[in-house]
Design a protein around this ligand. Sequence first.
Ligand SMILES: [Zn+2]
Length: 134
Amino acid sequence: MNCPKCGDPGTQVFLDTVYNLLKEDLKAFFEKGVYYACTNPDCEVAYFGGNTYLVSDVYPKLWYKDSSDDVYLCYCNKVTRREIKEAFQKVGPDLKAIFALTGACGGGRCRTENPLGRCCHKVIEEYVKELRQQ
Ligand SMILES: [Zn+2]
């Protein structure tokens, strides 16, 4: 399924992820169905499928659409990009040490808290790789 706005292929997500991240007043009108996330950083659509929801319809900032420092990379334990960067500066690229210091990646609620319904491990690993190249 392609995003109705930008045409990029969507990433299928769990129904309960979309429901959980919707702003409170939209939950009552939630339409069940198969949902996809639009991960194009330049597109304002967050989810589409059963219904279309914009970035402004969901609570958290989406790490794949917003590159600012105050965006969560770990949604379960609310660890921001800035906190990961600071931990990297302190303990280096060792992921275990970064997780231990920040509490990232251990919440176990990725299915409903992470906007793609996935564990944040890979995302943080990619970000640390990026930091090493700077
Ligand atoms: Zn889109």
